[in-house]
Unconditional design. Structure first.
Length: 331
């Protein structure tokens, strides 16, 4: 069976709003929640960026049983890996089984430049990420950790540990990153792309050592009363994500993103967001994702119409991915 989750976008909504949305998502039948972790929104039009780790504890308390995941950057910029390890362990201890994974990536300058250091190259960031994952795992094993390079750690230990620590999931947008992560990650998460590119990412992850490990997907959609409205919503809120990853990971301020996407047109958004007012179309796309092997799919409605999206998907999309007494009704 494929789990369909809800993505909580801290860049677009205040923490208080997001609490209401995840409660509504749980009531509508979404099976899990995925949270972003940003210091800065992608655009001045989005305008938010609450502290995801503080919100996570509140969100778990405000919901009944739904599990949460979070994608973060534990590489001694905003967060030292010892802090990430402590945060994850504390949340997992308070809410057993409800923080099944944290995803890690090499980040973007928009969130990490504030510490005042230079923005490293991708190979340097990969090296730091691999080291950060090793540090977190050692701390979650209760070890006393000291290191010098590439991340300094001086006699760190996490004293409060859960019975079961979260899985560490690699965030990857390209085959190269996916292959790099295959050997050390417990699972892979990527975003919606053309099917051939998604296939290349999956193959690279498996080739790098990820064969048999879970595959997760975050899919950007825009659902509204009409295709035209859905496309307008995507253009308003998500056009800054139509620029390339190579460019986006080096920009620092929301206004820089807005300037970088001045030539993006509404019709260009179909390449980056699944735009449709037809719930049946979204069911078809999600089924195709599941057929590729994605076990968990987190749906991010990029428009501001979150409650209408949650209600419509709960009523017309999620039932296609439920089980009943007779077994699975889909996929």
């Amino acid at each position: 069976m494929t789990l369909i989750g809800y993505h909580a976008s801290h860049e677009q909504f205040s923490p208080a709003e997001l609490l209401g949305y995840v409660q509504a998502a749980e009531a509508a039948g979404f099976g899990a929640v995925m949270s972003s972790d940003h210091l800065t929104p992608w655009s001045e039009r989005q305008g938010q960026s609450g502290f995801a780790w503080a919100w996570l504890g509140a969100a778990l308390q405000a919901t009944q049983s739904i599990p949460f995941g979070i994608i973060t950057v534990p590489m001694a910029w905003r967060y030292h890996p010892a802090i990430t390890a402590q945060a994850g362990a504390t949340v997992a201890q308070m809410f057993p089984g409800r923080l099944p994974w944290i995803a890690v990536g090499t980040g973007q300058a928009m969130n990490e430049h504030v510490i005042g250091e230079r923005w490293p190259s991708k190979p340097e960031r990969n090296e730091r990420l691999r080291a950060a994952v090793e540090i977190i795992r050692e701390l979650w094993a209760g070890k006393l950790v000291s290191r010098m390079e590439p991340i300094k750690v001086d006699q760190a230990r996490v004293h409060t540990l859960p019975d079961k620590v979260p899985r560490i999931v690699a965030g990857a947008l390209s085959p190269n990153t996916a292959e790099f992560a295959g050997g050390w990650a417990d699972a892979l998460i990527t975003i919606n792309q053309p099917r051939d590119k998604l296939g290349e990412i999956i193959d690279a992850f498996r080739r790098g050592g990820g064969k048999g490990k879970p595959l997760y997907l975050q899919t950007h959609v825009s659902f509204a009363g009409s295709d035209e409205e859905a496309r307008a919503n995507a253009f308003d809120q998500w056009r800054s994500n139509a620029i390339s990853a190579a460019i986006s990971e080096t920009l620092r301020l929301p206004e820089e993103f807005d300037e970088a996407c001045l030539k993006v047109r509404p019709e260009d958004m179909d390449e980056h967001v699944r735009i449709s007012a037809d719930p049946r179309r979204h069911v078809e796309l999600l089924k195709a994702d599941a057929a590729m092997g994605f076990e968990e799919i987190y749906v991010h409605n990029v428009g501001r119409n979150q409650r209408a999206f949650i209600e419509a998907f709960g009523r017309e999309v999620l039932p296609s991915f439920k089980t009943d007494a007779l077994g699975p009704t889909s996929v």
